[in-house]
Design a protein around this ligand. Structure first.
Ligand code: HEC
Ligand code: HEC
Ligand code: HEC
Length: 105
């Protein structure tokens, strides 16, 4: 019997569905755990905010400029991230969730 490419494709697809379909809920990642984010973001550089009057939150070398920010979950600020993988573009952080006015440089 000649095994067609289409047959192999179908088997791979079924295998993928079975493997990931069942494993999916088990490996669902906890977005409130910063370690989840750091798996991908440990070494990424942080660009300055689009608004030049706003102080930068992330230190480009890792960590935060304001020590007080270290106690928060990434998703306390990045509320747009609700699951992994997340969207490519995430809404900007709203400082007013915690500050009375937008901090200025
Ligand atoms: C599986 C890898 C992966 C994980 C886990 C991950 N990210 Fe990302 N994230 C990316 C990639 C890839 C990009 C796009 C490239 C970049 O900006 O680094 C990105 C971009 C971002 C951006 C910038 C989006 C924009 O609009 O420019 C933010 C903010 C972000 N991620 C937050 C988070 C947070 C918070 C978590 C944890 C809850 C997280 N990410 C977990 C891969 C990941
Ligand atoms: C206090 C709020 C706050 C917390 C907490 C926070 N971020 Fe951010 N994040 C920001 C802001 C504001 C920006 C826009 C750039 C800047 O000001 O540094 C940003 C930008 C980013 C970007 C995009 C960087 C770029 O250069 O495009 C990524 C990725 C990111 N944050 C990941 C994370 C991860 C991972 C955590 C948790 C370890 C986290 N953030 C915690 C406020 C926060
Ligand atoms: C999840 C809550 C949260 C968010 C969102 C948040 N901050 Fe903060 N930030 C705090 C807390 C709490 C402190 C320490 C108390 C204070 O100074 O108000 C602080 C302190 C600071 C400080 C140092 C103290 C000061 O006021 O000079 C700066 C600068 C700052 N934040 C900038 C920002 C900027 C810019 C944004 C939005 C891009 C932002 N924060 C968003 C919680 C937050």
């Amino acid at each position: 019997m000649r095994i067609s490419a289409r047959f192999i494709y179908a088997m791979v697809l079924i295998l993928a569905v079975v493997t990931f379909g069942l494993a999916g809920p088990v490996i669902a990642q906890d977005v409130t755990d910063n370690e989840t984010c750091m798996e991908c973001h440990a070494d990424t550089e942080r660009a300055a905010p689009a608004d030049p009057n706003m102080p930068q939150v992330h230190n480009p070398e890792g960590g935060f400029f304001a020590e007080a920010h270290e106690m928060w979950s990434c998703v306390d600020c990045h509320t747009g991230v609700e699951e992994i993988p997340h969207a490519e573009e995430i809404e900007a952080v709203d400082c007013l969730m915690c500050h009375e006015e937008v901090p200025k440089k």
